[in-house]
Design a protein. Structure first.
Length: 620
């Protein structure tokens, strides 16, 4: 994941920094497609051509030459011509500060291998600036691709041989040493070239390579107007130059290597071409980038591992704090925003400050901690919600409890005006019927009917507002609860509920007709539709209920129904909403206590269509 982020940050920086700056110190001379097309002899016979390039570079006064090409044996045994090597040997004997690469090739034996370095004859004739040690002209050319691309570089490598520790200097670091006539060393988490530069390293003594913009671009995939980050020439061109000073190479560090199509010395570098693929770069260009990092005294700066973990812990604590201080939704949005800001900051610092702000570990810490805390709080909130519903739901309709839990602003508010249909249900002759019963039997008989009333009312979307001794008050229409099944109209639902109550009461009587101890009741039901205020009533002890003239009228209709010997009575306002679905028997204008105008009421005896249960959504 870190490699993916790094590749896209490099690509973003390439797009933002469109200046075609060319490195002022390093020049590349490539054995490229032009050489292959124009030189008829095989590559093994190209030593004289390399020698002519060296003559031009020597005459031009270069600071150092790195030849990224290994010739492990003399070509004499292959070509049967000594002059092919002699020309190169002569040129090298006159050239100072030449560095050759050496490679470590594993053998079939586990953890063993062999060093491959240039032909000893080449090394023997090199003028040595530091003495007689030919190893001063060798650098370990290791391009680490453990992450799939060449991302890291080691200035020096520690190796144990027969109990002794041997330090191997990298190819790029050796070129830097020869360029400034100094010897580098590791010191306190950095690579130091005394008097020249000090390059901070990671905890594992590696350098995070800061590739120059446009590295790895080619003529086929680079945007119009882009040029390579290093001044580049074909060896075909230098081979044809006269052996005299060329100002283009004066005081430059020159790297010679292969750069033709199909070259095996090509590697992926952490710069994305698109969402899934990376750029390819020739090995000599990668060594040039590493060399640029070393002689400039910096690679990509990134925090130490301890600092990265510290950052991750701080971000994780911030994520936890968000969920402790904000609501779940706001905390989740803030967490997502923080993640986006962190990614944008990492791209910005990388582009303009060469600072590789870590992304993966802090981002995982931020999102994981926030997700875990959010999940824990959501689970705790749901458990608390269920606990409240379980406790309070025994005293208040669970839908009202749910409404209050989800709408905190409704608690202690001024109330909501709305139209509802109110039901008053009463057991006829309850007092006379139970006067011979014990209190326990009387309560049992009452609860049997109240339980039936509650069940039927809820099945039709109604809410039992309160119990009134041997009766109850219920209503349809308040509050508007999100997520609850919708009904065509509260008046119609109330009527169907009352008709089902009558059916259930008759069924109970028939079911217990053979039980001499069974106490049965007849029911008196009244409905009225009108405006109410839904809200809290009370001071210290609050009750969530509906109040208004509609409630009072419905209660008074109980007296009217009794006087008319009517079991199910509805008002005119209810009738106007349900007249197409009910069957009525009698109607009358009656005086209602407390009202100046008479009220038209209707006795309901049946329904023109089957009732629709809110719970089953099927005809009852």
């Amino acid at each position: 994941m870190d490699a993916w982020w790094l590749a896209h940050r490099f690509a973003f920086r390439d797009k933002v920094q469109r200046e075609n700056k060319v490195d002022p110190d390093i020049v590349l001379v490539l054995i490229d497609d032009q050489c292959l097309a124009n030189w008829p002899e095989p590559q093994i016979a190209w030593n004289p051509r390399i020698a002519r390039t060296l003559d031009v570079l020597r005459a031009s006064g270069v600071r150092a030459i790195g030849i990224d090409r290994i010739q492990p044996d003399s070509t004499l045994k292959w070509l049967k011509r000594s002059d092919n090597d002699d020309v190169l040997l002569k040129s090298l004997s006159q050239t100072n500060n030449v560095v050759w690469p050496m490679l470590f090739q594993p053998t079939s034996e586990i953890s063993k291998g062999r060093w491959i370095k240039p032909w000893d004859g080449l090394l023997a004739i090199l003028p040595d600036a530091f003495g007689t040690d030919n190893d001063q002209n060798l650098g370990f050319a290791d391009l680490n691709t453990q992450s799939g691309s060449v991302t890291l570089a080691r200035p020096m490598f520690k190796e144990s041989d027969s109990g002794q520790t041997i330090w191997r200097t990298s190819f790029a670091a050796r070129i830097a040493e020869r360029s400034f006539h100094s010897v580098g060393r590791l010191e306190r988490g950095a690579w130091l070239l005394p008097g020249i530069c000090r390059v901070p390293l990671r905890d594992d003594e590696t350098l995070l390579i800061d590739y120059l913009p446009r590295s790895g671009t080619s003529k086929t995939d680079s945007p119009a107007g882009w040029t390579p980050p290093f001044e580049t020439y074909s060896m075909y061109e230098t081979d044809r130059l006269p052996p005299k000073a060329d100002p283009r190479f004066r005081n430059k560090i020159v790297l010679i290597g292969t750069g033709f199509t199909g070259d095996q010395d090509t590697h992926f570098i952490p710069i994305s071409r698109n969402l899934y693929s990376l750029r390819l770069a020739h090995g000599v260009e990668i060594h040039a980038n590493i060399l640029r990092n070393l002689i400039s005294g910096r690679g990509l700066y990134e925090p130490r591992m301890l600092q990265i973990w510290a950052i991750s812990v701080v971000l994780s604590l911030c994520a936890v704090s968000l969920f402790l201080c904000l609501s779940w939704l706001r905390a989740a949005l803030a967490l997502a925003g923080a993640a986006v800001v962190w990614v944008l900051a990492s791209f910005g610092l990388f582009t303009f400050a060469h600072f590789a702000l870590p992304i993966s570990v802090p981002l995982i810490g931020l999102l994981f901690s926030g997700g875990m805390m959010g999940g824990y709080l959501a689970l705790s909130e749901e458990r608390q919600r269920q606990r409240v519903l379980g406790m309070w739901g025994q005293y208040q309709d669970p839908r009202l409890v749910s409404f209050l839990l989800e709408n905190e602003t409704a608690r202690g508010g001024q109330g909501q005006e709305m139209e509802v249909t109110v039901l008053f249900a009463d057991l006829k002759n309850f007092t006379k019927t139970v006067e011979h019963l014990s209190p326990t039997d009387a309560i049992s008989a009452l609860n049997r009917y109240l339980g039936m009333l509650d069940s039927v009312i809820r099945s039709h979307g109604g809410i039992v507002d309160k119990y009134l001794g041997d009766g109850l008050m219920a209503q349809w229409g308040a509050p508007d609860i999100p997520g609850e099944p919708s009904i065509e109209g509260h008046a119609a639902a109330a009527v169907h509920a009352c008709l089902d109550i009558q059916k259930e009461a008759a069924r109970i009587i028939v079911e217990h007709s053979g039980n001499r101890d069974f106490v049965s009741f007849e029911l008196r039901l009244t409905l009225h539709t009108g405006p109410v205020v839904f809200g809290w009533v009370g001071a210290k002890r609050l009750e969530l209920t509906i109040i208004g003239d509609t409630v009072n009228v419905t209660s008074r209709l109980q007296e009217t129904a009794k006087a008319m010997s009517c079991d199910f009575l509805i008002s005119e306002s209810t009738f106007e909403q349900v007249k197409s679905i009910v069957v009525t028997n009698r109607s009358a204008e009656v005086e209602i206590r407390g009202r100046t105008r008479p009220l038209l009421v209707y006795e309901v005896t049946g329904s023109r269509q089957p009732a629709m249960s809110i719970e089953s959504r099927q005809p009852v």
